[in-house]
Design a protein around this ligand. Structure first.
Ligand SMILES: Cc1cc2nc3c(=O)[nH]c(=O)nc-3n(C[C@H](O)[C@H](O)[C@H](O)COP(=O)(O)OP(=O)(O)OC[C@H]3O[C@@H](n4cnc5c(N)ncnc54)[C@H](O)[C@@H]3O)c2cc1C
Length: 378
């Protein structure tokens, strides 16, 4: 039975359910938002891929491809009332979404959550799920054969990858390279200090304050010699470029009044509107909402979007509703280094191995996302 059934009469519910919400992109924003509005309006989730890609587990999948069976989760069970349309959204107006297939989907409200791309083998980047699996298999084979690995970029993904490789293959030489002088300089210093000590103790060679000057690819791993700005040369059997995500925002950029910000994210106003269309909202990595490009940011936006869209379909005016407030400096930030080690900033304190492993490192939220997409883990 729908959860809000007791709160509304059948005729009120019928009216709400006649409002159409189209959500483009079935990532952390899109999949969760579609599910949370499934009893409130007629939801259509438009997603180009057959499976949800659970990014945090894609780091471990480089050392353990078996985890892909849990990290790539089919969309077929996510909605009960609404529908998932597999297709590429090509353009939007204030009344409909046009797909590459020629199909159009009418909507009273549209949420654009087209996310971001990253280097392979972490994200599908517009390719299909089988191609992502195949790339993961190739990179894993290259990693098994490699003796020296260089990771360029020591954000969360690069640092976690170094920790995963050091844990799974302790005999390999792993270099972690960052142009920053310390790890996570925008977080409390204790977090970076603790993680630095753990990486060193795991045998990872840290090359900080040095820029890789001759990266051959920004999008895929390769074998080659890296020249660093401090004069060092690293000959690596496998170089992973891990220099951050770039928003997939072409759809948003074409809207009237849209403005592109950093990393191609499209700016939004306080009600997450990216353009002059009052009924089109944007969130997640594609939108400059004030949050970092994280699942943690996406989660906060989903909670706000659920409340806001529920009020809008009930006939409220958006500007009478509470605007979105981003996380700010208290945003949680969890950095496992393999299943057992790691540190996390939890808003008020920095947690160590035990909590980081329990909250993320051990299971990587795989159970949570299987449940969200209504898949059994058996
Ligand atoms: C390897 C890796 C590990 C990460 N680990 C963490 C972590 O541990 N914790 C954390 O907080 N953050 C993590 N992140 C960041 C996190 O993954 C992103 O912030 C998150 O994916 C953003 O969610 P989203 O819904 O905005 O977009 P995405 O998850 O990127 O989803 C966007 C979806 O839109 C679809 N799409 C795009 N264009 C179209 C179109 N035109 N038509 C139809 N569908 C379309 C895509 O196929 C995709 O499924 C990680 C990122 C990477 C790359």
């Amino acid at each position: 039975m729908p959860s809000n059934r007791n709160a509304t009469t059948d005729s009120e519910r019928g009216k709400l359910m006649s409002q159409k919400i189209a959500i483009i992109g079935g990532g952390y924003v899109g999949a969760e938002l579609a599910k949370s509005l499934d009893n409130t309006a007629e939801v259509t989730l438009i997603e180009q891929n057959s499976h949800f890609v659970h990014a945090p587990a894609m780091v471990r999948a480089v050392v353990d491809p078996a985890i892909l069976d849990r990290a790539l989760i089919p969309y077929d069970g996510v909605l009960t009332h609404g529908r998932v349309v597999q297709g590429v959204a090509q353009s939007i107006s204030d009344t409909e979404v046009a797909l590459a297939s020629g199909e159009t989907i009418a909507a009273d409200y549209i949420v654009v959550a087209t996310g971001s791309s990253n280097a392979v083998p972490f994200k599908a980047n517009g390719g299909d799920i089988e191609a992502l699996r195949a790339t993961n298999g190739q990179v894993h084979a290259q990693l098994v054969a490699a003796q020296t690995v260089a990771i360029v970029g020591a954000g969360a993904v690069g640092s976690e990858l170094a920790g995963e490789i050091a844990h799974a293959f302790p005999d390999k030489t792993v270099h972690l390279i960052s142009s920053e002088a310390t790890l996570f300089p925008h977080h409390p210093p204790k977090l970076g200090r603790k993680l630095t000590a753990k990486l060193k103790a795991s045998g990872v060679s840290l090359n900080f304050g040095a820029r890789a000057e001759n990266l051959q690819s920004l999008t895929e791993p390769y074998a080659g010699t890296l020249s660093l700005s401090n004069g060092a040369q690293i000959e690596a059997d496998l170089v992973f470029p891990v220099i951050g995500s770039k928003a997939t925002s072409t759809l948003l950029q074409s809207l009237p009044g849209a403005e592109v910000g950093r990393a191609d994210r499209v700016k939004t106003d306080a009600w997450l509107r990216p353009s002059q269309f009052g009924n089109v909202l944007a969130a997640g990595d594609a939108a400059e909402t004030g949050d970092a490009m994280t699942v943690v940011g996406a989660g906060r936006q989903v909670a706000w979007l659920t409340k806001t869209l529920t009020a809008l379909v009930e006939g409220k005016n958006v500007e009478d509703l509470k605007p979105y407030t981003p996380w700010g400096p208290k945003a949680p930030f969890l950095v496992p280094l393999g299943p057992k080690l790691g540190n996390s900033f939890l808003g008020f304190f920095t947690a160590g191995n035990f909590l980081t492993s329990k909250m993320k490192g051990k299971d990587l939220f795989l159970k949570r996302y299987a449940k969200l997409l209504n898949q059994s883990e058996g």
